[in-house]
Design a binder for this molecule. Sequence first.
Ligand SMILES: [Zn+2]
Length: 634
Amino acid sequence: MGTHCLSVCLGLGVATVALIGCRCDAADGLRPVPFPTVKVDDGFWVARHMVYRAQTIPHSWQYVQREIEDNEIAAGWLKAERGQDTPWNQANLHKVLETCAYAIAQQPDPELDAKLDYIISAIAGAQQPDGYVNALITVRDMTPWANLDGQHDGYVAGHLIEAAVAHHLATGEPSFIEVACRLADHIHDRFIPQGHEGVGGHAELELALVRLYRVTGEARYLELAREWIERRGRPWAYSSDTPRAYFMDHLPIREAPELTGHAVRTMFYLTGVAGVASEMGDDSLAEAARRLWRSTTERKMYVTGSVGSQPENEGFGPDYELPNDGYCESCAACGLAYFAHEMFLLDGRSGSIDVLERVLYNAALHGISLDGTTTYYRNPLTDAEHPRDNCWVCCPPCLSRTLLRVPDYIYARTDRQLYVNLYVGGAVTLSLGDRMLTVSQTTDYPWSGHVRIAVDPDSPVRFPLHLRVPGWARSATVAVNGKPLKCPTPIDGYVFLDRKWRAGDTVDLEFPMPVERLTAHPSVEADRGLVALQRGPLVYGFEALDNEGSLDITLPEDAAFQPEPRPDLLGGVTALAGTASDGRRLVAVPFYSLANRGLSSQIVWVRQAGLAVDNAGWEGRLYRPLPLAAARGE
Ligand SMILES: [Zn+2]
């Protein structure tokens, strides 16, 4: 069709243009466009991925050497005595292997490839005749599946499966995924036909089985994922002392009114729930996923995308209880990113991608230092001088696999439709219908809201292109081949262009990026009277060393921050410059870049003079911007 575009008013404004086209069946058959077909070529992610390849991955091996050796011992390649160890440590090796798979998909690395082959051979050698594989358990003569209730047997298995899926997609080789399938077959036999009791204490297997199902098409893996999900909340002989709510095992998922328990476990569990709901078309499971999604994102999520405020249980607190010195574990934020992606695949709504984007650009990026070698286990929104802890347990390889997986999240598709979810420079090549197609993006995102998309089919082809309008954007202009055309109102957060595409067609998107001052829902006591700065997808924070050593900051009512590109600062950022009520010059930098210049206190939420937050109009929202009119100069 020849209609398309113009400028639309979003967010606080009123959409003024007529609907063109229909997205009513848009979510049907939605699936990811796998990362190996997506090449990233931009100024933001490429720089980070280079650091992760050159620094983070080599740095990681020292922490999983023992786990590699356990596989060598179990395979009979090495003789050594083993004492007690943490039962879930093999999962860290699996997460490093998954990280490597995403890395080699972006840039071939024969040396790394060979190292992976060697380790995968050792893991295959450690696999038992019945398919069980966990070298740590084997070499210590521990009992398989004795660490299930409240524990990590399913978690370790799930991470092996995720690593194997990523390795197979990245290389096309069967070696690792065959191990994963034998393991999944073993688990299926044990827990379904043989009917062994138990529920994995740390969710992960469920979401991994959904990924394995998507690659293999083997229905038993999906059936097993559903079995493990539906076992929770049933009465059964339970051997852990921990309250069942800690595992969200206190109620059947379809009856659970809200999030409870350990934040990482719950996020991983709900990722599996949403994945099974979407793959099985299970409406009641989908309703549960939606209800708990709202519980997460409307009442329990930090503005940076972190979740899990309570240090006592590493978990969720009551609604709106979001202290700025909260727990905020890196793995929990990563888990929210996975949950968000599955919610998108379930419903096709861009609000899920808004959350995914919030996590990736803020909480997750913050977890790894700019040099790629140290990490934060916790990512609170206010921090005293506190070095990155580099606590090499679960979080470091979870962060690296999540951030190197960004290409997996950029696009999605159905048989005949393409979605652009994240604005990241680079290109994807895929078949759509019976045509081959390359779609490329050129952009300085997240520093600029201008994106040019080039569509290059091998011959003219009609298909709907869904372009996400980020939730932070108050307005958008969209033009096709340079022409300011009529524009459909975004539906479910997407501009929908259904036309015959020809080689050389371009779409120009412009999302203005003023500096926003966000306020939190009035029930968030910790943020009353305070604002946080956001520009585009980036939440900002203040660091003492940029602000005369003091974070005692009050903004004037008419506070106006100006973006200042600083290629010399923190690997190249756009800083925000403004003035405090007392006339002091203020500098804010992206939250992700805090704590990279030595010890210095940090803060995200700052006092706002004269702030009166209206109690009305918060339905479905946890954060919203002040009217721009109050912020002169933007
Ligand atoms: Zn962790």
